[in-house]
Design a protein around this ligand. Sequence first.
Ligand SMILES: Cc1ncc(COP(=O)(O)O)c(C=O)c1O
Length: 396
Amino acid sequence: MNNQRILKLTEKYVARTYARFPVALVRGKGTRVWDANGKEYLDFVAGIAVVSLGHSHPAVVRAIERQARKLIHVSNLYHIAPQSELARELCRHSFANRVFFCNSGAEANEAAIKLARRYGGERLGGKYEVLSVHNSFHGRTLATLTATGQEKVRAGYDPLPPGFRQVPFNDLRSMEEAIDERTTAAILVEPIQGEGGVVIPDKDYLQGLRELCDRKNILLIFDEVQVGMGRTGKLFAYEHYGVEPDIMTLAKALGGGLPLGAMLAREEVARSFGPGTHASTFGGNPLACSVGLAVLKTLLQGGVLKNCVKMGKFLFHGLQELQRRFPSIREVRGKGLIIGMELEREGSKIVDDCLREGLLINCTAHKVLRFIPPLTIGKKDIEMGLAILEKVLARQ
Ligand SMILES: Cc1ncc(COP(=O)(O)O)c(C=O)c1O
């Protein structure tokens, strides 16, 4: 089937929830993908920070093949070896003591919110409220879109569940003032906002939130769905800030392209989830978890994090160079290989033009071009991406 035929099928049969680009991607290898007409693209989107080892990384393919031959799925009624091992490894390399597995970022945040409510009920005298921040993104389930600080995500879904409020990001005083001693159970934030336009808070902010949570005896939840698993050059973004949360959520890159999410918590908090309190049929299944193990192992042993830091700097400087030449670029910001380039105007035309020139990038928060290539990317590919972007910017 060629692009046109696939586009027609999508238009006729698939729910209209996405504004898609007019290409169907059918194959990938490393930093490259090909559409159904055989055109090649350099991929600086990576499935929106999912395919962090690049497309069809041998370790991921091997794990899928091996595990598929052995056991693809069994219920969580039984113990699942790759799930237990992945939980151990995630705990070994983080602040956490226990992991709940699910299939997506929204589900991981839903689990975090539910755990915070149970903990609030049992240990904090019935507190239930979750405070989050403007411009955040936490998912599309009813609870997570209510926690999301973007009106457009919530529009049309009233009545929304109670127990959520938002305050400005990077503003400690607003957060402190918003805490209600009778109801607030937790604060939920992304250590770096991804969908909100790659917004990095002051170092003091996350440290201040930790102190605030300790002082007020409430939980701190970090949503690392987008920035966790090496994206910023450290395994978890919170490591840059010298603070640890009580709960953290992961998804996207965790499964190397397979649907896998996780909610990690400290033992004292995790205790509020007992048998029967939460569940997921597919969550933590053998196939997804064996791939998760392969991803984690490759990230930690294969020099990928070092490469992410090095290539992140290289890309950052290249984008800053463009900023000096094009006044339409307002700011370049980022950490590791999540970099945003804020423009004076809408970025969608640049994204369309880059696509035509064979470069996949993405625009978020209307004006921010987001660069989230595989963490395994090399200098040559970055130079090629920058050259395409420069050509497109010069034309506009
Ligand atoms: C920070 C953050 N949290 C949650 C989500 C939701 O993840 P999912 O689309 O897997 O439900 C996203 C998705 O972009 C995200 O960036």
